[in-house]
Ligand binder design. Structure first.
Ligand code: GTB
Length: 216
């Protein structure tokens, strides 16, 4: 049975692949699992039928038989646990890959999201510049630590894993900020991940949704 995921009918990121259906699509491509996509409008996301799948009225969701999941990180973990290609077989290596998944969403992502909030929603506040500087300092602290750990390695811990997938997706949210320019090894890490066939396929598929919606 093909899983069904939900994605924005019209993504506000204009096809940049920053919405959170992207990591789910990417994970499914990595493991070679075909899937269907149900597009939802902002209005439909808040209606009872969608809230039955997602208590917070958001995308993405994941349905497979009688299983329904929400939270992109949890969905990627589920895909990695059920299929080969995203998590190592070795128990300890698998636990470390899962640790990197949590590190991506729990440790690296929060200041990056705070920066987006500051940029999009707090621009008109008197304290905006000061706040942005503080948040960007927090981001740089995290990136310094992450860059030091990655060093010259290809991936965070051995082979590419779901930990790299989520970390790259988080780092991509800094695109356009200029911050990544100071981290050549992280920039190369992101580019390496983006050159994976599974990434390219997932990106093209979500872009096609935006292109079709724009065409009317
Ligand atoms: N923690 C949840 C997860 O990882 O699944 C967060 C889910 C979430 O934030 N979903 C967003 C959503 O449905 C879309 S991805 N928002 C609608 C709502 O809350 O009403 C977040 C997102 C949105 C837009 C951009 N963008 O334009 O660049 C990037 C990311």
């Amino acid at each position: 049975m093909k899983p069904v995921i939900t994605a924005f009918e019209e993504s506000p990121d204009r096809g940049q692949g920053l919405a959170r259906d992207m990591p789910v699509r990417w994970a499914l491509e990595e493991v070679g699992q075909p899937y269907d996509v149900r597009l939802v409008s902002f209005r439909a996301m808040k209606e009872p039928a969608h809230r039955a799948l997602h208590p917070f009225g958001q995308i993405p969701t994941y349905e497979e038989g009688d299983l329904a999941l929400f939270e992109s990180g949890s969905i990627v973990l589920h895909i990695g646990e059920r299929r080969v290609g995203l998590l190592p077989e070795n128990t300890n290596a698998r636990a470390r890959a899962i640790t990197w998944m949590f590190a991506a969403v729990g440790t690296v992502e929060p200041p990056i999201v705070q920066r987006e909030v500051s940029t999009y929603l707090e621009r008109d506040k008197a304290w905006h510049d000061e706040r942005l500087a503080v948040v960007e300092d927090r981001i740089r602290n995290r990136l310094n630590e992450l860059a030091a750990r990655l060093g010259d390695a290809e991936w965070l811990d051995g082979n590419f894993s779901a930990g790299d997938l989520l970390m790259v997706q988080v780092l991509r949210r800094l695109g356009g900020s200029g911050i990544l320019d100071d981290y050549p090894n992280l920039s190369a890490y992101i580019a390496r991940a983006q050159s994976r066939p599974a990434y390219k396929c997932a990106f093209a598929d979500q872009l096609a949704v935006f292109t079709a919606a724009s065409a009317g």
